[in-house]
Design a binder for this molecule. Structure first.
Ligand code: R5P
Length: 318
């Protein structure tokens, strides 16, 4: 079990997940005050001794993204100045990841800037789940353990035992992810050719593959405004798909997302708890699976300097 000097702390973005992780590890979440000054600045005070400790700070940089990011870096600064031995930034959802290249003139590479901020604030290593692009690991010059929620999601779908299943990628960028699910679920694969019209709207041009009379699982790394995934759902529905399921690791659910999901022709939407689902966004059709055990096991292995990759053969849903 956990060594005495391993400590789990939480920012305010996803305290519930940190508590689930701590429960798996049979430890408690460390005592820290995370609040705001009257002017909105983040105010942090670590309320227990962390000298020489192996710190795992759980903080998703989900909306409000900037507040959560500042909390993450300011908390790490506090740990560093309190003489923690090692700090692992556990970032179940890593925001700003989609701004990972200069795709037009005079735009920043915000993902790289954020990676620098995390490193400069004192992170010795990063633990992240389903980064928008695996190459983001290279934006850090410290070790990154990049995990996938696929063992948790795959297990759920295996149990559902859906016949005549086709896994659908809602855009070309998600086709590798979808191919992995198709392989593990022994299903066919189809790919939607999506064009982005604006940051909130997309247009489907065509579908590569057969979805007629098939049960369909549309899989993506995140549901943000839900434009991509619901446009894909409407398209496969119009092409004669039977039952349609949507799944994604990160449920950002911002802007028109819930309105779009409420209207979508789908049986179920399956996400994980990398980002907490707000009360007003909870629905009967929305199933949230926990990645707490997965993260807990990995944290334990990092702490004991054991192999992380061997975990992927294990049964890791809550
Ligand atoms: C795109 O590259 C991503 O994988 C997602 O498909 C996209 O970011 C989801 O955004 P939205 O839900 O706003 O369409």
């Amino acid at each position: 079990m956990a060594n005495a000097n391993m400590k789990i702390f939480a920012g305010s973005s996803n305290r519930a997940l940190a508590e689930r992780i701590a429960e798996h590890l049979n430890v408690r979440v460390g005592d820290a005050q995370v609040a705001k000054f009257a002017d909105g600045e983040v105010r942090v005070r670590i309320k227990e001794d962390v000298r020489g400790a192996d710190i795992f700070l759980v903080q998703s940089t989900c909306p409000p993204v900037n507040d959560n990011l500042m909390e993450l870096v300011i908390m790490m600064d506090a740990f560093k100045r309190a003489s923690a031995e090692r700090i692992t930034a556990v970032i179940p959802y890593f925001g700003y990841a989609r701004q990972d290249r200069k795709d037009e003139g005079r735009v920043p590479i915000s993902a790289k800037l954020v990676a620098n901020m995390v490193t400069n604030a004192g992170a010795d290593r990063v633990l992240a789940l389903d980064l928008h692009a695996a190459q983001l690991q290279g934006f850090f010059d410290i070790p990154v353990d990049h995990l996938y929620a696929s063992p948790v999601l795959t297990r759920y779908f295996r149990r559902m035992n859906i016949s005549d299943l086709t896994v659908v990628a809602p855009d070309v960028g998600s086709s590798k992810l979808a191919r992995g699910y198709a392989k593990r679920l022994q299903a066919d694969l189809a790919i939607v050719d999506k064009r982005r019209v604006s940051d909130q709207d997309t247009k489907v041009m065509s579908v590569i593959g057969d979805v007629k009379s098939k049960n369909v699982l549309i899989i993506d790394d995140m549901i943000s405004t839900a434009g991509s995934i619901t446009e894909a759902a409407k398209t496969v529905h119009d092409l004669g798909a039977k039952n349609i399921y949507l799944a994604a690791t990160h449920a950002i659910l911002c802007g028109p997302a819930m309105e779009r999901l409420d209207k979508a022709p789908v049986e179920q939407v399956i996400v994980t708890d990398t980002i907490p689902v707000a009360k007003e966004n909870r629905r009967d059709y929305l199933k949230v699976l926990s990645v707490a055990r997965l993260l807990g096991e990995v944290i334990l292995r990092i702490h004991h300097a054991e192999s992380v990759s061997r975990l992927f053969d294990m049964d890791l849903e809550d």
